[in-house]
Ligand binder design. Structure first.
Ligand code: AR6
Length: 203
């Protein structure tokens, strides 16, 4: 397979696009059942639970997770925090509040990218080998699924290309729209044999 060059600030990193794409997996289902090093929670800034995937994760993890989250003192949109997995099959939970979608011109893209990058950065610093992401912000926070998918996949690929860190990344989609969007988008990248451009997911 040929190489792609990702220009990242001052340095260029050569990576085989197929090698990176081989690290991505698309699954349909409930992320709380994933047996991985970390599942990612689409949280809110309080980190004290909520609806959607956040509620499902707290229910499955049990009260120990809430207790640990209370000690974290919250988290800004786009940032990330790590806890134990408590009663979940995953060893850790990485909590990140994604952006609330307004009009697409209020920094939503940058904040969503930060949520993925900061989650991966924590995973890298903890030496994790596998991580499962839900479609952050595409529920209550109303981010359009196709745009969110592109940001998620490009950001993950570029993070691996830039840092040299390798991790198995599971995109675990709960609904039909997100599942077919991710399947089609990653499928199209594989067909092209090509990874996305070097702009970290900017459109
Ligand atoms: N496994 C995987 N994905 C899920 C699951 C699950 N068990 N349950 C829902 N999803 P949302 P957001 C999908 O609303 O948009 C919470 O109240 C869902 O289909 O959970 O980032 C927080 O506390 C959707 O595609 O998160 C915040 O207040 C995706 O997860 C707010 O919602 C994200 O939907 C965060 O909103």
């Amino acid at each position: 397979m040929f190489d792609n060059y990702f220009i990242t600030g001052v340095r260029a990193v050569a990576s085989s696009s197929s090698e990176l794409l081989d690290r991505l997996f698309v699954r349909r289902g409930d992320i709380t059942r994933e047996r991985v090093d970390a599942i990612v929670n689409a949280a809110n800034p309080s980190l004290l639970g909520g609806g959607g995937v956040d509620g499902a994760i707290h229910r499955a993890a049990g009260p120990g997770l809430l207790e640990e989250c209370r000690r974290l003192g919250g988290c800004r949109h786009g940032e990330a925090r790590i806890t134990g997995g408590h009663k979940l099959p995953s060893r850790h939970v990485i909590h990140t509040p994604g952006p609330v979608y307004k009009d697409g011109a209020s920094g939503e893209h940058e904040t969503l990218r930060s949520s993925y990058r900061n989650s991966l950065d924590l995973a890298m610093r903890h030496g994790l080998r596998s991580i499962a992401f839900p479609a952050i912000s595409t529920g209550v926070y109303a981010y359009p699924p196709e745009e969110a998918c592109e940001v998620a996949v490009k950001t993950v690929l570029n993070f691996m290309a830039e840092t040299g860190y390798r991790i198995d990344v599971y995109f675990v989609l709960f609904d039909d729209t997100n599942f077919s969007t991710y399947s089609a988008y990653i499928g199209s990248l594989r067909e092209k044999g090509n990874a996305p451009p070097a702009d970290g997911g900017k459109r």
